[in-house]
Write a protein that binds this ligand. Sequence first.
Ligand code: NAI
Length: 464
Amino acid sequence: GKDIKNICCIGAGYVGGPTMAVIALKNPQIQVNIVDINEQRITDWNDTDLDKLPIYEPGLKEVVEETRNKNLFFSTDVDTAIDNADMIFISVNTPTKTYGKGKGQAADLKYIELCARQIARVSKTDKIVVEKSTLPVRTAEALQGILSSTGNGVKFEILSNPEFLAEGTAIDDLLIPDRVLIGGNNTVSGKEAKNALSSIYEAWIPKERVLQTNVWSSELSKLTANAFLAQRISSINAMSVLCEETEADVDEIARAIGMDSRIGPKFLKSSVGFGGSCFQKDVLNLVYIAKSYGLDEVAEYWDQVIKLNDYQKRRFADKIIKESYNTVSGKKIAFFGWAFKKDTNDTRESAAIYVADHLLDEQADIIVYDPKVSEERIYADLEYLNTHSSEEIRNRVKVVSSHSEAVNNAHAIAILTEWDEFKAYNWKEIYSKVLKPANVFDGRNILDKEKLVNVGFNVYNIGK
Ligand code: NAI
């Protein structure tokens, strides 16, 4: 197969950064250039202070420290990186469209198309182009169309290589993946390209874990994986509602059904609802694709996963209001956590945003503490919804740098993210600072309820 000496990755985000850092770590003979049009992001990736990297992931800074400026480089010079590369990963964002046809559902592929046009314009030698971003099934066809329209004799082989890492455990997931998936054409050059990419992964991953499929199966596998994962969360959350009505306990149910080997124990944790940049976007995209083929029953089936998740977030906010004597107006609600899950600074689609927004509708004052999320990020997340003015948001929402600051005279505490440190707090001391009755709404079911009740708190869980 073809020997890859130089890799370019377009997009230095949550996927491009960690993925390429690990590829560079395990393939010291390959030069890896990560490029992005976001200058601030590239500056942050190059910061000598490794605590200033733009992404927080356990273990990431160690990998970057070992590889950066040896065989891993961050730059804004996209053209040069494309020109020098044998293989180009496209890792740009593919958000839900916010305008026009498919608004609110379809994936917005404008960033992908821009990349393809730039690759077509700049390339002087043959390239393998790898779809690392999550894309609708049959996007490779559109890419091929754009790339082969240059007419300058350069050949492009397109592969699909979706990323299955989870934020918060990205480095471990990359080092020991359940599998790596590579889709490509079954032509001679297609197979060669698949093997070239495969050999990069085989530097540290057993060959039998590197799957090769046709390109369409690979594209659709990623959407399917996220749809199944999101569906499991919505399924257990649906049961949590029923539990709250019947004195069944959702964690006991999860344990009981999880021991069934056909079901398995993972992803059965009930919560305030899933967030993150991928689940909602990818399920909505699947709904849109199904509809576009006229498959309304399929579309409705998956759409319900999103509806249940919206309901779960709304239900949590409503519970806080109800248990606060039906009004939170002018009351301080302390939020523990803003990130969409623990061990990441990513807040995209975080449940906290929607719970806060709903409480703002009721004129609550919200005090947020999150160990990794910045004040500006929190304001930007709320402003992005366009439901409350920037002025109102900055008046009502305060961001503090410690949990003890957040709880002073609070009417309620709401757990929005499952950060480990929340469990270890001195809850006696917290109790002494909050207003009574002292209400804790544990949106992640992480706290020791008995202990908190003994301290004097009323504890409200999900599904109990
Ligand atoms: P991100 O938003 O963190 O990073 C994307 C980067 O691409 C941004 O820094 C942006 O400035 C850059 N970019 C956009 N257009 C560009 C262009 N024309 N030239 C150069 N740079 C450009 O997004 P993230 O989270 O890394 O996701 C990327 C893709 O990976 C998405 O399709 C996503 O669905 C998929 N994915 C994400 C996972 C995650 O956990 N975040 C997991 C698996 C897949």
